[in-house]
Design a protein around this ligand. Structure first.
Ligand code: ZN
Length: 186
C-alpha cells in the first residue's frame, strides 16, 4: 500500500544528498508579489506553472477542490490575507479550470459513497443533526466562469483586503495550459 511513499522517500534521500535542490533555492517572499489560488487538479501540478512561466519562489500557491471560496473567513481567505500582510503579496489570480471535478459533484450520492467506504451511517446522521449540510459543504458549480467570478467577488469584497490588492479571475485548459481571462483589475 505504501509503495509510492517508499519510492518518494528513497528519491528524496538522493535528492538532498546530491544537492539537487540548488536550482530551486529562493526565499519566501514571492518574486512576482502574487498569490495564485487554483484547483488541486493533478493535471495542473506542472502544467499551470510551465504555461504561465512561473518558477519556484515566484508566487504564493493556494489550492483546494475547485478553486472555490464562498465564505469570507474560510482557510483560503485567511491564507490570502497572511500572504498580503506578511509576505508582500499585492495581486491575486484565481485560476479555475475546464473539466473540473467540482463541476459535476453529486452531493446527494456523497453520503452513500462514505458509507460504502466504511463510515457508519450513524456518524453521517449525527453530523446532519448537528447542522452540517452536506450539499452546502461539498457542492461545486455549474459553470467554472461563474464560480471563478464568485471566488473573485468574495476576495475583492473582503473587509480586510487592502484597496491596492488587485484580484483577477482566469480559467485554464488542463489539456493545453491555455488561459482565458474572466475578470481582471488594472
Ligand atoms: Zn478542479
Amino acid at each position: 500500500m505504501t509503495v509510492h511513499l517508499d519510492e518518494m522517500l528513497a528519491f528524496n534521500k538522493r535528492f538532498v544528498e546530491q544537492k539537487d535542490y540548488v536550482p530551486y533555492e529562493t526565499n519566501s517572499v514571492p518574486n512576482k508579489k502574487m498569490i495564485v489560488f487554483t484547483c488541486m487538479e493533478s493535471r495542473l501540478i506542472e502544467l499551470l506553472l510551465r504555461s504561465l512561466n512561473l518558477k519556484n519562489g515566484d508566487v504564493k500557491m493556494i489550492k483546494n477542490a475547485g478553486a472555490i471560496i464562498r465564505k469570507p473567513f474560510d482557510s483560503v481567505m485567511k491564507s490570502i490575507l497572511v500572504a498580503v500582510y506578511e509576505l508582500q503579496a499585492e495581486e491575486v489570480a484565481v485560476i479555475g479550470h475546464y473539466d473540473c471535478g467540482m463541476s459535476h459533484m453529486d452531493t446527494e450520492l456523497l453520503p452513500e459513497k462514505m458509507i460504502e467506504k466504511g463510515i457508519p451511517k450513524e456518524t453521517i446522521d449525527a453530523l446532519k443533526h448537528a447542522g452540517i449540510d452536506f450539499d452546502d459543504e461539498f457542492h461545486g458549480f455549474d459553470t467554472v466562469e461563474e464560480s471563478v467570478q464568485q471566488s473573485v467577488n468574495v476576495i475583492r469584497n473582503h473587509p480586510l483586503l487592502p484597496e491596492y490588492v488587485k484580484v483577477h479571475g482566469l480559467v485554464i485548459d488542463p489539456g493545453t495550459g491555455g488561459v482565458d481571462v474572466v475578470t481582471r483589475e488594472v
